[in-house]
Design a protein around this ligand. Structure first.
Ligand code: ADP
Ligand code: TYD
Length: 214
């Protein structure tokens, strides 16, 4: 297929509770209204590899951080290349793909425990197979993100979680800086109403000429 007819990939990034799911829903609504053919998906996936990750994240299985990082790499490659619903096929068919998390999530979350150079190397295949037209980074204050997602939890847990999210946010910012112009990253202030955030995201998406390629 002619390269110009390929669909574009939009990757959403941000700490837990930053508003990604909400904003992906609002963007999908816009696309629907405009008749743009799109597909939304997320990482970790619900594939067998993604299920292993979910088991580890919910404490039903134990694994070393290096193993977890490698599982995210494998899940991501399967997400791209799977013959049934792989993202690469979708993009080649001219479909715009909206992804909830991509390789910057691995850089930001796993670099708390695993060296960043290893993570960049391990994700190099995915990055070379499919680089997003734009990474939308919803930058929400960890305290606000925590308030949005937590209920019925004790203070100590909340404090630990907040400081973990603050570290992850710092890691995101360091990684964006490190990649410079080789990645298109748009930082959106997520500490506002869903409508205000959505408006800025829509402006950013239009700038990257995401359109109907069908
Ligand atoms: P994420 O997918 O990044 O974890 P969500 O979109 O699921 O975030 O949002 C987490 C919670 O915060 C949800 O209950 C959602 O309704 C709420 N929320 C999302 N965006 C906003 C916003 N801009 N202002 C207030 N609450 C929000
Ligand atoms: P999820 O329940 O999807 O959370 P959210 O709605 O906030 O995205 O769980 C995803 C979790 O997995 C989230 O805490 C981030 C983490 N994660 C990584 O640590 N590395 C990765 O590469 C990816 C894709 C996610």
């Amino acid at each position: 297929m002619d390269k110009t007819n390929r669909g574009k990939l939009i990757a959403f990034e941000g700490i837990d509770g930053s508003g990604k799911t909400t904003q992906i829903g609002l963007l999908a609504g816009r696309f629907r209204e405009m008749g743009i053919t799109f597909y939304t998906t997320m990482e970790p996936t619900d594939s067998p590899i993604g299920s292993l990750i979910h088991q580890i994240m919910t404490g039903r299985m134990n694994a070393d951080p290096k193993v977890i990082a490698a599982l995210f790499v494998a899940d991501r490659l399967d997400h791209l290349l799977n013959e049934v619903n792989g993202v690469v096929h979708k993009v080649e068919e001219g479909i715009t793909v909206i992804m909830d998390r991509y390789y910057f999530s691995s850089y930001a979350y796993q670099s708390v425990d695993v060296p960043i150079d290893w993570l960049i190397q391990a994700n190099a295949q995915s990055r070379s197979i499919l680089r997003p037209a734009v990474h939308i980074f919803i930058d929400t204050d960890p305290e606000i993100a925590m308030e949005r997602i937590t209920q019925n939890r004790c203070d100590k847990e909340l404090f630990e979680e907040k400081s973990r999210l603050a570290r992850v946010r710092e890691k995101y910012l360091e990684c964006f800086e490190r990649f410079g112009d080789s990645e298109q990253v748009v930082r959106i202030d997520g500490n506002r109403s869903p409508e205000e955030v959505a408006q800025d995201i829509w402006k950013a998406v239009q700038k990257y000429e995401i359109q109907n390629n069908q």
